[in-house]
Design a protein around this ligand. Structure first.
Ligand code: HEM
Length: 561
C-alpha cells in the first residue's frame, strides 16, 4: 500500500504545479491510509478502496489545477470563484470582483503595468477552466469561426437539467445539426417586423403607467419592461399576448419565472450538489412548461392546415405573421419534428424577452439620469412621428406609436440604445465555445490546445478604456457616429448580439421593439430616475444569474403637459 501511494504521489508530482504537488505529498498518504483503515475488511478491498480514493483525489486536484499550457495567463481559481459566488452578489457585481482579482494577478505577474485595465485574455473557472476573452481581435476570431470554436453543449459540462429542458435547437447545436435548425428558424426571421407587434403592447403598458403617473408614484422599470417584452414576444412568436402587463400574477407566468430561477441559478450550475433537494420540483416545472409549448404548436399546426398558403404572402403580410407560423411553414419542406418546433419555440421565449426587457430597462434608467439626452431623444421622436402637444393626452388605447417607416428615422434613439447596450449588455457573455483543434489566439499568439473552453466577457470588452478611451464608463450616446446603426459588430469592441454566422437572430426584432416602446414612453411622459446609492452612481445592483437585470432602481413618471 505504501509503495502504491508513494508511486502515485511521485507520478502526480511530475504533472502538477508546485502548490498542488506539495499539498498532495503532505495529504495524500495520510488520506489514503485513513481511508484504507476505515473501510478495510480485507486486504484486496483495502487496496481497491485506497486506489479509488487516490484516483478521486487526483481527479479533483486535476480539475482544480490550471491547465499547464494556459498558466502564463492571469487567472482566478476555483476556490476564490466559489467563495465570491457564495456571497450571493448580483451578476455584474460578481464579474467586477472576479475581474479585479484577475487584474491584480496580471499586475503581480508583470503582464500589465500598475493601474492598467484587465488584459484582453485571462483564465477563469466556471466549473471548468475557461479562457475568457475581452479583446476585439480574439472576439472576432472566436465567433467568426464556428468550425474551430464549437458551442459547448450543456450536457458536456454536467448541466443535465438545462440539457433536458433546452433539447437540441438553433442555440444548442453545432455543425450540420445547427445548419438544419438555423435554416428553418432563419426563414421565420427573414422578414420585416411590423411595429404593431410592439405598439399594441405599448398601449397596454401606458394604460397602466398612466394610473401610476396620476398617483405620482414611482415604478420599477425592470418589472414593467419584463412584462411588456413578454407580451410582445408572445404576440410575435405565436400570435397571442399573455397579458402579463395587465395581469402579472398568472399561473403560467409564475411557472416560467420559477423555472428560469431554477435553471439559471449561478451557484447550482457551478456546484450541482446544491440542487439535491430542488431537482424533482424543477423537473416537474419543465414538464408543465413543455406541455404549454406543445399545446401552442398543435393548435397552430391545426389552424394552418385549414388556412390558405403562407407562400403567397406579400412583404406586408409576411411582416405581420408570427414566428411559429413561418417556422411551421418552413418546416414542411424539412425533416423538422414536433420536438424541434418545441425546442426552438422555447429559444424564442428564453432568448427573446428577458434580453430586450433588460436593454429597455437600462435605457429608461439612463434616460432618467440624463435629462438632456432624454429631451433630445424626445424631440427626435416628436418630429419623426409628427406629433403635437396634444399627443400626450390621447387615451391610452389610441397612444401613437411609430409606423414601420417612422421607426427607421429614430437615429439618435438608436445611438441611445447602442450606448446603453455597450454599458449594460443584456447578456454578460457570448456563450462558451470549445476549440476543436490547437489554435493560435489572434491577439497574443498564444496556443490554445484542442479542447480549451473559451468565452467572451462583454462587460470587460465593452467597458475597457483600452478600446473606448478614458470615458469608457460614461454614458455618452454621442460617441456613436451618424449612420452607425448596425446591430452587428463593426470593430468588434461592441458585440452585445455577438457576430459572425451565429449572430443573434433577433437583433432587428429587439431594435425595433426598443425603438417603438421607448418612442411611446418619450412621447407621453417625462421621467427621472431615483433609487439606492449604487443606482444613482450609474452602477445599479443586478440580480444573480446569467443576465444583467438591475435591482434597486425606480423611475418617477409624469404625463407630459
Ligand atoms: C437585447 C436583446 C438581445 C440580445 C442582447 C441577444 C444576444 C444574443 C447573444 C449574445 C447570442 C449568442 C450568439 C453566439 O452564440 O455567438 C444570441 C443568440 C440568439 N438569439 Fe439573441 N439576443 C437578444 C434578443 C433576441 C430576440 C428578441 C430573439 C428572438 C425573438 C433572439 C434569438 C436568438 C437566437 C435564435 C440565437 C441563436 C443563434 C445561433 O446560435 O445561431 N435574440 N443572442
Amino acid at each position: 500500500m505504501e509503495t502504491t501511494t508513494s508511486q502515485l504521489v511521485a507520478t502526480l508530482h511530475d504533472r502538477l504545479p508546485a502548490g498542488a504537488s506539495q499539498f498532495l505529498t503532505a495529504s495524500l498518504p495520510a488520506a489514503v491510509a485513513t481511508t484504507a483503515k476505515a473501510i478495510a475488511p480485507s486486504r484486496p478491498l483495502r487496496i481497491a478502496g485506497a486506489l479509488a480514493a487516490a484516483v478521486a483525489a487526483y481527479r479533483i486536484i486535476k480539475a482544480l489545477t490550471a491547465p499547464r499550457a494556459l498558466r502564463t495567463l492571469a487567472r482566478v481559481g476555483p476556490l476564490t470563484t466559489i467563495r465570491v459566488m457564495l456571497r450571493g452578489l448580483g451578476f455584474m457585481e460578481t464579474v467586477d470582483v472576479l475581474n479585479e482579482i484577475v487584474r491584480q494577478d496580471a499586475e503581480r505577474r508583470g503582464l500589465i503595468s500598475p493601474g492598467e485595465p484587465i488584459p484582453g485574455a485571462w483564465l477563469a473557472w466556471f466549473g471548468n477552466w475557461t479562457v475568457t476573452l475581452a479583446n476585439p481581435a480574439d472576439v472576432k476570431q472566436m465567433v467568426t469561426d464556428p468550425a474551430t470554436f464549437e458551442k459547448v453543449m450543456f450536457d458536456e459540462v454536467g448541466l443535465d437539467l438545462q440539457h433536458q429542458f433546452f433539447g437540441t435547437n438553433v442555440v444548442m447545436s453545432n455543425g450540420e445539426e445547427w445548419k438544419r435548425h438555423r435554416k428553418v428558424v432563419n426563414s421565420a426571421f427573414r422578414r420585416g417586423w411590423s411595429t404593431h407587434f410592439f405598439g399594441d403592447v405599448g398601449r397596454d403598458l401606458v394604460a397602466e403607467l398612466d394610473k401610476l403617473a396620476a398617483r405620482n408614484g414611482t415604478m420599477d422599470p425592470s418589472d414593467w419592461m419584463h412584462r411588456a417584452a413578454l407580451d410582445a414576444l408572445c404576440v410575435a412568436a405565436f400570435g397571442d399576448p399573455l397579458h402579463a402587463v395587465s395581469n402579472p400574477d398568472t399561473k403560467l407566468l409564475n411557472l416560467y419565472h420559477d423555472l428560469l430561477r431554477d435553471i439559471f441559478n449561478q451557484v447550482g450550475n457551478v456546484l450541482p450538489i446544491t440542487r439535491l433537494f430542488s431537482r424533482r420540483t424543477t423537473q416537474k416545472r419543465i414538464q408543465d412548461f413543455n406541455e404549454f409549448l406543445f399545446q401552442i404548436i398543435d393548435k397552430k399546426s391545426t389552424e394552418m392546415r385549414a388556412t390558405s398558403s403562407i407562400d403567397n404572402d406579400d412583404d406586408e403580410q409576411r411582416a405581420r405573421r408570427n414566428l411559429l407560423e413561418l417556422m411551421i411553414a418552413a418546416a414542411r419542406d424539412e425533416t423538422f419534428s414536433r420536438e424541434d418546433l418545441r425546442a426552438n419555440l422555447l429559444v424564442f421565449f428564453l432568448a427573446g424577452h428577458d434580453t430586450t426587457a433588460n436593454a429597455l430597462c437600462y435605457a429608461i434608467y439612463l434616460l432618467g439620469l440624463h435629462p438632456d439626452v432624454q429631451a433630445k431623444a424626445r424631440a427626435e421622436v416628436l418630429k419623426a412621428m409628427d406629433l403635437d402637444k396634444e399627443a400626450a393626452s390621447v387615451p391610452a388605447r389610441d397612444a401613437p406609436y411609430p409606423t414601420n417607416d417612422q421607426q427607421t428615422q429614430l437615429h439618435y434613439l438608436t445611438k441611445v440604445i447602442k450606448e446603453t447596450m455597450r454599458l449594460f449588455p443584456s447578456i454578460g457573455n457570448i456563450p462558451f465555445r470549445r476549440v476543436t483543434k490547437d489554435v493560435t489566439l489572434a491577439s497574443n499568439g498564444m496556443t490554445l490546445p484542442r479542447g480549451t473552453i473559451t468565452v467572451v466577457d462583454l462587460i470587460a470588452l465593452q467597458r475597457s478604456p483600452r478600446w473606448w478611451g478614458p470615458t469608457a464608463n460614461m454614458f455618452d450616446p454621442e460617441r456613436w457616429a451618424d449612420g452607425d446603426e448596425a446591430m452587428h459588430p463593426t470593430d468588434w469592441a461592441w458585440a452585445p448580439f455577438s457576430g459572425g454566422p451565429r449572430i443573434c437572430m433577433g437583433s432587428q426584432f429587439s431594435l425595433i421593439e426598443q425603438r417603438v416602446l421607448l418612442a411611446m414612453l418619450l412621447a407621453r411622459y417625462e421621467w427621472n430616475t431615483v433609487g439606492d446609492e449604487a443606482a444613482m452612481q450609474e452602477m445599479p445592483r443586478t440580480v444573480p444569474g446569467l443576465l444583467l437585470q438591475p435591482i434597486g432602481i425606480r423611475v418617477s413618471m409624469r404625463r407630459r403637459e
